[in-house]
Write a protein that binds this ligand. Structure first.
Ligand code: AMP
Length: 124
């Protein structure tokens, strides 16, 4: 799957986003519908639709997203208090934009577990 998403338009600056970090490989910006006081999305510039589409050659790129998360956490002063990074996959995972992204959530104590009002499925 390599359809263009809204995140490609953010990368190309066709649409605005509040960008907080950028390098050759990744971009981080504020989520438009924040679920915590800090809610950022860290995306690769290379379009990869879902975790299922990550290739062996993408190891470094995917690892880089976590390095960016660590840098942002330190720069924004919440590294010590803590934060959560999440990557959703497909429908059951709650994915709505098919360009992989790490959600970086911080700024308050976060709840766990993440599911609500859903019955478990038989898997495996
Ligand atoms: P997910 O549901 O894991 O695919 O996450 C997609 C996220 O993208 C959601 O949290 C949305 O609020 C966010 N989002 C969608 N469109 C935009 C946008 N134009 N700018 C910033 N965040 C967006």
């Amino acid at each position: 799957m390599s359809n263009t998403t809204i995140f490609d338009k953010i990368i190309s600056r066709e649409i605005d986003a509040e960008i907080v970090y950028e390098d050759d490989i990744a971009l981080a910006f504020k989520d438009i519908n924040p679920q915590a006081p800090v809610h950022l999305l860290i995306i690769p510039k290379k379009p990869i639709a879902t975790i299922n589409d990550i290739a062996e050659d993408d190891r470094e790129l995917v690892g880089h997203l976590f390095v960016v998360a660590r840098k942002i956490a330190r720069q924004h002063g919440f590294a010590k208090d803590g934060y959560r990074v999440v990557m959703n996959c497909n429908e059951d995972g709650g994915q709505s934009v098919y360009h992989i992204h790490l959600h970086l959530l911080a700024g308050q104590t976060l709840g766990w577990p993440p599911y609500a009002n859903s019955a478990p499925k038989q898997v495996g």
